[in-house]
Design a protein around this ligand. Structure first.
Ligand code: SAM
Length: 83
C-alpha cells in the first residue's frame, strides 16, 4: 500500500505489543508511530524493541569483527608467484 501511494509514514493505532510496528519499521524501513491504550502492552512493545535493537547491534558487531579478521588475513598473505 505504501509503495502504491508513495508514502513512508504510518500510524499504527492499537499497536499492542508492536509486532506489526516492528515489521513495518525494521523490516520495511517505514517511519512508524505506534499508539495503544494499554500501558502494559506499550511497556512490552518497548521491551521487545530494545531486545531487537540489541540483537541487531550484536549482529552488526559480529560482522565487523569477521570483516576485520578477513582483511587481516588478506594483508598478511603473500602474493602468489605463478613462475
Ligand atoms: C488485537 S490488538 C492489536 C495487535 C497489534 N496490532 C499487533 O500487531 O500485535 C488490539 C489493540 O488495540 C488497542 N486499543 C483498543 N482500543 C484502543 C483505543 N481506543 N486507542 C488505542 N488503542 C486501543 C488494545 O489495547 C489492543 O492492544
Amino acid at each position: 500500500l505504501c509503495e502504491q501511494t508513495d508514502c513512508n509514514r504510518v500510524v499504527d493505532v492499537g499497536s499492542g505489543q508492536g509486532h506489526l510496528t516492528r515489521f513495518l519499521s525494521f523490516g520495511l524501513g517505514l517511519s512508524v508511530t505506534a499508539i495503544d491504550a494499554d500501558p502494559t502492552l506499550v511497556a512490552m512493545a518497548s521491551k521487545f524493541d530494545g531486545q531487537l535493537v540489541w540483537a541487531l547491534e550484536k549482529e552488526k558487531q559480529k560482522k565487523a569483527v569477521v570483516k576485520k579478521s578477513i582483511l587481516g588475513v588478506i594483508k598478511k598473505s603473500k602474493p602468489i608467484n605463478k613462475n
